[in-house]
Ligand binder design. Structure first.
Ligand code: SF4
Length: 553
């Protein structure tokens, strides 16, 4: 039982709700009357409602995000019908903007917009004190067209903006990671909030100014986490290397306490790696650092249109440094569907990024996040977005719906094949065989929409051809078992691209063993010698995330 239940539906079980831990840590005297209950989006809404109601709370605070807004609305609707007296408070980026048009907001009693670390406790205090004498009538509580006056006895408006909290007043939440969290979940940390840049598709562009967590307090918490056995830290700072001195100090802290198996993830801006930062980065062992680097587009006109500043020469130089002189795992982001981006300019950007050699390229489909200024391009670039979360673009003036669907599948298959680390050697065969590929009849759909003739040696066009073939062959983009995917790759490379079956089989077999497997798939047996050598695997650091470890071998 708890008077206040903090809850959310995480995208995956291994994700821990960082924001809710902040709220719980800052509840003051109410913390002992509160609890945190986490779910994931694969659980059924009614089952979740049942668990929450069993706690018999007076207040439930929901963390609402793009990935959980629809099931969360379903849970709240059920709770409000069964227990209309329970106060529902929403918070999170999904309900911090455009509140008036959201169904979930209509269902809730209050919404705290912005950073609610301190405001949530204040709202709970008011609600718990005023509840004693003035319960909201049940019939008023369930009405979706509830008027502001209905909430009057509670002395709180429905939409409650939170002022930006000062980090010096916030209690850091790291002690709330349980031993179970440490054993099974990603441990999120942050050294700063906000971003000074203005990329129009990004919610963080609204999050100004940048605020730093006081370093002594942060280091004390990080040391405690290290002492408790945390090996993997994921920093959620939007621009970790914005302040070079601070990021260097944090990296030095981790380097001093480094032990095999440690892994640190940071989001970096790609064109800022001065020498002092490079020096410390280069000292980390291979696989210990992962940088998520947003490139988004290589088209300078598009960058300008979306108010994104980026120095492409520095970016390329930094990528080369990271790949040639460090063991950093680079996860780079590109976005499909930005205003002004043609198929050909996206293809050229993808190929340029491939040449820079990041281990992973996340091909993201543009999302229209609530509150972001990207909407100013809607009319001119005929931007059409899916009205349902995650609000991905369906088509625009330059890329029609059919082509966008092909790119969506490209992104999914690229993740399975290119990013997974499972086909490190095999993937380039998809586009590196110009001679064979040029003999093939061109996919009649390919490049037609943009009026372009695809370059056959282009990684983008080579992979798009494979993606089209794979979809025609399977009709699906998920639930393709690993060995089946290998078999399909073999079929494509030998049948469609007419590569030597023995060469392809050996490459696939090496990739397969790279993942630590030694059970030879049946379809490969006839192409491999019976006395084959098991490839000697370089020992990877124990306990690195699997995907990164595969790229490292
Ligand atoms: S995309 Fe990155 S740099 Fe641009 S506003 Fe968002 S967080 Fe900042």
């Amino acid at each position: 039982m708890a008077d206040i239940v903090l809850t959310t539906l995480n995208a995956k079980y291994i994700h821990a709700a960082f924001g809710l831990r902040y709220l719980l840590a800052n509840l003051g005297e109410l913390q002992s009357r509160s609890c945190l209950v986490e779910f994931d989006i694969n659980q059924r809404p009614l089952d979740i409602a049942e668990v929450l109601l069993a706690r018999n709370p007076k207040i439930i605070g929901f963390g609402v995000y793009i990935w959980n807004v629809e099931p969360t609305a379903e849970i709240i609707a059920a709770i409000k019908r069964v227990r209309p007296d329970i106060k529902i408070i929403l918070g999170g980026p999904e309900v911090s903007y455009e509140t008036e048009e959201q169904k979930i907001v209509q269902l809730a009693d209050h919404v705290i917009t912005g950073e609610a670390d301190l405001r949530f406790a204040e709202v709970c205090r008011v609600l718990l004190e005023s509840r004693a004498g003035t319960p909201l009538p049940a019939e008023a509580a369930v009405r979706e067209d509830r008027r502001a006056e209905d909430c009057a006895p509670y002395q709180l408006p429905k939409i409650i903006p939170a002022e930006l909290p000062d980090f010096s007043q916030i209690i850091l939440p790291y002690d709330l990671y349980t031993d179970d969290d440490i054993a099974h979940r990603i441990i999120y940390v942050e050294a700063s909030r906000g971003c000074p840049f203005t990329c129009e598709f990004c919610l963080s562009s609204l999050d100004i100014p940048v605020r730093q967590v006081p370093l002594p307090a942060l280091f004390e918490q990080l040391q405690r986490l290290l002492d408790r056995g945390v090996k993997q830290f994921k920093f959620v700072d939007r621009t970790f290397n914005l302040n070079v001195d601070i990021s260097k100090t944090i990296l030095e802290f981790f380097l001093e306490s480094y032990q095999p198996g440690h892994f640190f993830h940071f989001e970096m801006i790609p064109d800022r790696l001065p020498e002092s930062l490079r020096e410390i980065i280069a000292k980390f062992p291979p696989g210990a650092l992962q940088f998520e680097v947003g490139v988004q587009t290589f088209n300078e006109e598009v960058s300008h249109l979306i108010s994104r500043r980026q120095n492409y020469d520095k970016l390329a130089d930094n990528f080369r440094f990271l790949r040639n002189q460090t063991g950093v795992h680079i996860h780079a982001d590109l976005i499909v569907g930005l205003p002004g981006e043609t198929l050909e300019s996206f293809a050229a950007g993808f190929d340029r990024l491939i040449a820079l050699g990041p281990q992973e390229i996340q091909v993201g489909i543009l999302k229209r996040l609530r509150g972001t200024p990207i909407v100013r391009h809607d009319a001119e670039w005929q931007m059409v977005y899916n009205p349902h979360p995650p609000y991905e673009i369906l088509q625009n003036k330059l890329i029609d719906f059919a082509m966008m669907q092909r790119l969506r599948r490209f992104a999914r298959y690229w993740d399975l094949v290119g990013n997974s680390g499972t086909f490190v050697e095999t993937t380039p065969l998809i586009w590196n065989n110009v001679a064979q590929a040029s003999r093939l009849p061109r996919n009649p759909e390919q490049g037609k929409e943009a009026g372009a003739t695809p370059a056959l040696h282009s990684p983008f066009h080579g992979f798009l051809r494979f993606s089209d073939w794979l979809h025609a062959r399977t009709g699906r983009t998920d639930s393709i078992a690993l060995v089946r995917l290998m078999e399909l790759l073999f079929e494509y490379l030998t049948g469609e691209l007419r590569l030597d079956p023995k060469q392809v089989a050996e490459t696939l077999w090496r990739d397969y063993q790279r993942g630590g497997r030694h059970d030879k798939p049946n379809f490969l047996k006839e192409f491999l010698p019976t006395e084959e050598t098991v490839i000697p695997l370089r020992k990877t650091k124990p306990a690195l995330p699997k995907r990164q470890a595969r790229h490292l071998v």
